[in-house]
Design a binder for this molecule. Structure first.
Ligand SMILES: [Zn+2]
Length: 184
């Protein structure tokens, strides 16, 4: 199964909500395998389908000593505790800022065969579940930052060498970056 290039900030696919998976065929199995190969290759904590150009509600995780995937994921907080620590994204290389997330969550969804699965997560895995589910809704962690931190992150992106080509093709993405979002 191939490692895919990771789509970078400025690529419209990252801002487009994905389609739910309704048919558990080879296409889904291939997406999970390719995502897993790519997240291992990049040494990431997680990777969502849009990051390799697929509109599919699927993500993989590889962190906190656990590896797996979730199809059509949902999550709910377990308790009110939130953490505020540095977060990054393979689609936004070199940028890392403190981002508010729930400390513990219960994740639910389906596996590659369509069977229901659910697990509890804390620490980096809880953060990955929230971050990757956001990707499937077309949301980037930049939108979870405080206004000051978001400004700093955007300034860093504008001067990043990787951003040049994406900026030209994506036009007004910088201007359309959504309003601040609270942790839901
Ligand atoms: Zn990400």
């Amino acid at each position: 199964m191939p490692v895919h290039p990771v789509r970078l900030f400025g690529d419209p696919v990252l801002r487009t909500p994905t389609d739910p998976v309704t048919s558990f065929d080879d296409r889904v199995a291939r997406a999970v395998a390719d995502l897993m190969d790519t997240v291992r290759h990049e040494d990431g904590a997680g990777l969502a389908a849009p990051q390799i150009g697929l509109s599919m509600r699927v993500f993989v995780y590889s962190c906190g000593g656990r590896e797996g995937h979730l199809v059509n994921p949902e999550w709910e907080p377990l308790g009110d505790e939130k953490t505020y620590v540095n977060e990054g994204c393979l689609s936004i290389p070199g940028v890392s800022e403190p981002t508010e997330r729930f400390a513990r969550v219960r994740a639910r969804g389906q596996d590659v065969n369509g069977d229901r699965v659910s697990f509890e997560a804390e620490g980096i895995l809880a953060r990955a579940v929230q971050h990757e589910t956001d990707h499937l809704d077309g949301v980037l962690f930049l939108q979870r930052l405080t206004p000051d931190l978001r400004k700093a992150a955007m300034a860093q992106i504008r001067t990043s060498t990787w951003f040049g080509g994406a900026a030209i093709s994506a036009g007004a993405v910088l201007d359309r970056l959504a309003e601040p979002m609270e942790v839901k």
